[in-house]
Write a protein that binds this ligand. Structure first.
Ligand code: FUL
Length: 740
């Protein structure tokens, strides 16, 4: 007997000193009158479901908006479009998968049905689908082909389904819910594994003017029954919309948020059942700045793990429009979005819309490859590798140095008693870095509320930066610092934090052109400088992309002619900066406006429209020209014939200041100033949109020669119904006409 006890004792002691067990539920109810301390403790124990963890680990997904709108050049179809318009000429799902793989994405979500009701698969329940189109003699199936291409390549596959349907006659009646469930059943049973179902929240009127009351709980249980591993996103219980369509999430992003629901029955049922098994219907304002801080959660009836997804398009629109070929977001912009999405505890869902051929355009493909190369250059190398890691204390089974390897299985957690936990990294020599990557082990929940990063400066610690939440991943940018010892201090957390990963990185060298661009009368002097290695700046003046064999910068450049300057800097490790492009325009042109721009916002002069510089959206900074209630008609004389590949002009979208976008922009050209030909026109079906970027580019790509250009922008003239200023004159602001 004694022998058994002595064997049991160490085992019992080991158990009692074991670290806390992993929380099991992604939901917790709060009792009436519960103390704030108890609620905060409970919040720290809400953890993601397995499907939510798998979803979060994807990090980067492709959204593919493709459908009738691709062929009608619209963003929202009416539902009355003729099926014969859908006819891709070179559709190739494998090419989409290749692009996604080249970008480092792990899933593709296709718009199986957008608001116009046109189905990209041959549904039995409607004729408004690919089967009535001429494409492949009506035998084509976009969803089927993409699902197969994804599965063949080991890529995850998801479907976007718009519950709002502007075509279907039963919309607005109970029968529509049956129709929708039937269509979901087709999608979830005929195409193998589906990893995500994305329900759009837009709910407008159907063809008979009625709105639909959606049977969400039935929709969710259909997904759970047919594809139990799939996440249900946005109007669904597993993944929430971040609240913007700009690509930028919140610096403080909580995955544990109050559980509010439109349905009181659902809340009642939720007390019996795990809500994500089909009773939680998201509601409430996802656009609020604060969703999950202490002040929010202590008032909640229940808490749920509900992580954020940032959806944004690589182009201005969700669907592909030729006019936007020249406005694909740059790798630099995408990297900034990466820091503000994946780097702020969200998944990035980047829309890359295929064109009328049924292919992703080569521009978008090239940019995505560059974006991947840039991410690899920054994030593949962990400058903390080889560091000796020490901690304030460590819970059993966890070790400080586990934070140097990715993944959630091995991690570091301080002992419970430790009041102010910290990790110290003794780096393998002096390192220069300007970015910290840090991840919590979300299987234990999200706990850190504030932390700081410090470097050892011989006699004391100096704080480099501090931030609030971490969650699945946090990326912090700061000024470059050189050090051999780094400390991460957890200043406040909801309970014992669990750190899964810590890395130090160096971002790309920063190359600056001064001035960045501009128009000049006689000559202009341009200076180039780099924060990395000013001796290694290379540039070209002939439109070619610079590399280490191009002209080497030795001092200010004096330009006398209109010049396209392109430059890169290359640091000691061989890492390149982003390409910098400056256009310096010798103002030999003249520009006249048929309706003079308003003097009200004090524009500097009229050549600001053509000086090669696009300014920030501050329309009072003198760089913008504005028209109140009238059209813009710009007549440009370039002084001599020139070759063009396209033309574009930027307008401001600032509906809060009554600044709306034009209804239409027409680009014309002429060799004699008398007879004009049309280079192209862009019709705009959305003159304002509070969700999208402030600047919208209208452009056409066409090769031609001309001396004279005319750019006409048709103003909406008055604010339309639905706008606060309905009926009153509206403004239209343009900054820059760009010649490509
Ligand atoms: C919105 C839709 O109205 C847009 O067209 C787009 O599909 C976007 C992702 O969601 O609600």
């Amino acid at each position: 007997m004694k022998y058994i006890v002595s064997l049991l004792l160490p085992a019992l002691m080991l158990l009692s000193s074991c670290r806390e067990s992993r929380p099991k539920s992604n939901y917790v109810a709060i009792k009436k009158g519960e103390s704030s301390e108890s609620i905060i403790e409970k919040a720290s124990k809400v953890a993601p479901s397995d499907r939510q963890v798998a979803w979060q680990e994807l990090e980067f997904t492709m959204f593919a908006h493709f459908g009738m709108n691709t062929f009608t050049n619209r963003e929202w179809g009416e539902g009355t479009e003729d099926e014969s318009l859908f006819n891709p000429t070179a559709f190739d799902a494998a090419q989409w998968v290749q692009v996604a793989q080249d970008a480092g994405m792990k899933m593709i979500i296709i718009t199986a049905k957008h608001h116009d009701g046109f189905c990209l698969w041959p549904s039995e329940y409607t004729t408004h689908s690919v089967k009535s189109s001429p494409w492949m003699g009506g035998k084509g199936d976009v969803v089927g082909a993409l699902a197969k291409a994804c599965h063949d390549a080991g890529m995850k596959f998801g479907v976007y389904l718009s519950p709002w349907d502007r075509h279907e006659k039963t919309y607005g009646t109970d029968q529509y819910n049956d129709y929708f469930v039937n269509q979901m059943t087709e999608l979830l049973t005929k195409y193998g594994r589906v990893d995500e179902v994305w329900f759009d929240g837009a709910c407008g009127e159907g063809p008979n003017g009625k709105r639909q009351v959606y049977d969400w709980l039935r929709f969710y249980s259909t997904v759970r029954k047919l594809q139990p591993a799939a996440t249900i996103a946005v109007m669904g219980p597993d993944v929430r919309w971040v609240g913007t369509e700009s690509g930028y999430g919140r610096p403080t992003e909580w995955s544990v948020v109050p559980y509010t629901s439109t349905s009181t029955d659902a809340i009642a049922a939720g007390s019996q059942k795990a809500p994500t098994d089909g009773v939680f219907i998201p509601s409430g304002d996802m656009m609020q700045q604060d969703l999950g801080s202490r002040s929010k959660i202590i008032q909640a009836p229940a808490l749920i793990w509900y992580p954020s997804e940032v959806d944004v398009s690589i182009r201005p629109g969700w669907f592909n429009h030729i006019a936007e070929d020249l406005s694909v977001k740059s790798p630099e912009k995408l990297l900034d979005i990466w820091f503000a999405s994946v780097g702020q505890n969200s998944q990035l869902l980047l829309n890359v819309p295929p064109d009328k051929r049924g292919l992703i355009h080569q521009y978008d493909h090239r940019i995505l490859k560059e974006f991947k190369a840039v991410r690899d250059q920054i994030f593949d190398e962990n400058l903390a590798e080889g560091a000796v890691v020490e901690a304030s204390s460590s819970a059993p089974g966890t070790k400080p140095f586990y934070v140097l390897s990715r993944g959630l299985d091995k991690f570091w957690m301080p002992k419970k008693s430790s009041e102010a936990p910290f990790l110290t990294l003794m780096l393998n020599g002096e390192k220069t870095f300007d970015c910290l990557e840090i991840r919590e082990n979300i299987r234990y929940g999200q706990r850190i509320e504030q932390f700081s990063v410090e470097v050892w400066k011989g006699e004391h610690w100096r704080e480099v930066t501090r931030a609030t939440t971490v969650g699945y991943s946090r990326l912090l940018r700061f000024e470059p610092v050189t050090a051999s010892k780094v400390r991460i201090r957890i200043i406040q957390s909801r309970s014992t934090p669990a750190l899964a990963y810590v890395a130090l990185h160096k971002r790309l060298p920063l190359l600056t052109l001064r001035p960045e661009s501009g128009a000049f009368l006689d000559s202009i002097s341009v200076q180039l400088s780099s924060d990395a290695d000013s001796d290694n700046i290379f540039y070209t003046l002939d439109g070619s992309t610079p590399d280490q064999h191009s002209l080497k910068y030795t001092g200010p450049l004096n330009l006398h002619e209109t010049t396209l300057l392109q430059a890169v800097s290359i640091d000691a490790r061989g890492v390149r900066s982003f390409l910098r492009t400056g256009v310096y325009t010798h103002a030999t042109f003249s520009i006249k406006f048929i309706n003079p721009p308003s003097p009200k916002y004090k524009p500097k002069n009229q050549i600001v429209m053509l000086d090669g510089r696009t300014s920030d959206p501050d329309f009072a900074n003198g760089e913008w020209l504005g028209w109140e209630g009238t059209d813009m008609i710009a007549d440009i004389d370039l002084g001599k014939m020139q070759n063009f590949k396209g033309l574009s002009v930027d307008f401001l979208n600032a509906p809060g200041s009554w600044i709306l976008l034009p209804l239409e922009v027409v680009f014309e050209y002429s060799s004699n100033g008398k007879n004009y030909e049309t280079a192209g026109r862009v019709v705009n079906d959305k003159t304002w949109d509070k969700f999208t970027d402030a600047r919208k580019v209208f452009g056409v790509s066409k090769e031609f020669q001309a001396r004279y250009l005319r750019v006409k922008a048709i103003s909406p003239k008055t604010c339309p119904a639905g706008h606060a200023g309905a009926g009153s004159p509206c403004w239209m602001f343009a900054d820059e006409i760009i010649m490509h």
